[in-house]
Design a protein around this ligand. Structure first.
Ligand code: GMT
Length: 376
């Protein structure tokens, strides 16, 4: 099949999912066209089935805001015609579903009826999409999509609650390529570079936005390191990072916390991690938690949104109410204080992640593309 994928090209989960999906589809022989404003961070174009088309938005001084949706929908029209693309798959409703709908309408004028699948990722519904300034347009473009998917059952329910949706939403969960995340046997983990032998390594990876509750991460770690020797690895960039560094300073733990910034070597960081912290305010799925689990790292998380669908309480880690810092720290210590308990949770984390193996999930998308194309 010839599939266009529209996504954000950044480190965010929706872009990562879209990119990994496109890479795997290309491996399976489909012709994949990524259409976005920058090459996605995880996109390696070493496959003849993979194409990347950049959306350029010419600067014009009259515009206070440059019209990206316009440029994107025009690019979609051109690429669909040039490459005879059969289906549009847009990730993140804003503004991709909106631009996709406009492209569909323009193509219809020329006798081309192309189906559009919109995948909802979370903040496009719960935080941004629900804002009154965007809500009518988001609701409209979801309803005008030919097929709608969400990355968790929780996000599906939330979407129906927040918007007046008249479309069936199919849950196709996020996935992980287990082999890709596996560090090969015999390859060293460089653990000794990061911490002393007896220290436990705790990791957090995110975009450092408010929704991730970064101060909770640090306060949980503060309590852990009062009981056992430990180091905290903070991976990612975002608006809350500077405040986080200050908080570490004021708690007197700056020498125990390493801030990495964005990293292309998540697998290597997870390789030497003992525990992953994700105390988010809301999380439609929690791809970062799944990536940790796939690297055999147990997860201490909040029980919000789709997290209980990913992190199995008492098995791959523990879940707590949002903001329950003491409980999260105690649960972390339960896992970290005893070597055999830690090993059991590590094994379980990997087992729980295997349910989201890309080999199981990808056929669901393939079936949807086939149905969408056949029904046109
Ligand atoms: O977590 C973020 O703030 C980034 C955001 C995104 O749009 O990339 O992530 C959302 O989509 C991911 C991939 O489907 C999910 O794993 C994240 O849980 C979801 N984030 C939130 O719901 C806050």
């Amino acid at each position: 099949m010839k599939i266009a994928i529209v996504c954000y090209p950044t480190f965010g989960g929706s872009g990562v999912v879209a990119t990994e999906l496109g890479l795997e589809l290309a491996q399976r022989g489909h012709e994949i066209h990524f259409i976005t404003y920058k090459q996605p961070v995880r996109l390696a174009l070493l496959n003849p089935n993979l194409h990347y088309h950049e959306v350029n938005v010419p600067e014009y001084p009259l515009f206070h805001y440059q019209p990206y949706e316009l440029a994107l929908s025009s690019k979609l029209v051109d690429m669909v015609k040039l490459h005879q693309i059969e289906v549009l798959h847009v990730h993140y409703a804003i503004p991709h579903a909106y631009a996709g709908y406009m492209a569909k309408q323009m193509l219809l004028e020329e006798g081309i009826d192309i189906p559009m699948i919109t995948t909802l990722h979370g903040t496009d519904i719960t935080l941004v999409g629900n804002h009154p300034h965007y809500k009518p347009a988001v609701c409209f473009s979801i309803n005008k999509s030919d097929y709608v998917t969400s990355v968790s059952q929780s996000l599906k329910e939330e979407t129906y609650k927040l918007f007046n949706i008249n479309k069936e939403i199919e849950v196709i969960p996020n996935f992980i390529e287990l082999d890709k995340n596996k560090i090969e046997d015999g390859v060293p983990c460089y653990r000794s570079l990061m911490a002393k032998d007896k220290e436990r390594i705790i990791t957090h990876i995110s975009n450092f936005r408010k929704v991730k509750r970064i101060p909770d991460v640090i306060k949980i770690f503060y309590k852990i390191q009062q009981q056992i020797p430990a180091k905290l690895m903070m991976v990612g960039e975002g608006p809350e990072k500077e405040k986080a560094e200050q908080l570490c300073e004021s708690l007197g733990i700056a020498d125990k916390v390493i801030f990495f910034g964005n990293s292309h070597e998540i697998d290597k960081i997870l390789c030497f991690s003992d525990l992953f912290l994700l105390p988010s305010e809301t999380e439609s799925f929690g791809l970062a938690a799944l990536e940790a689990m796939a690297g055999s790292v147990p997860v201490i998380s909040s029980n919000t949104g789709g997290l209980p669908e990913v992190n199995e309480h008492g098995f791959s880690g523990f879940l707590s109410n949002v903001g329950a810092i003491d409980e999260m720290a105690n649960n972390a210590l339960t896992i970290l204080e005893n070597e055999s308990v830690l090993q059991t949770f590590k094994t379980n984390a990997l087992k729980a992640a295997q349910k989201y193996d890309i080999k199981e999930i990808l056929p669901l998308y393939e079936a949807l593309y086939t149905k969408a194309i056949a029904n046109k």
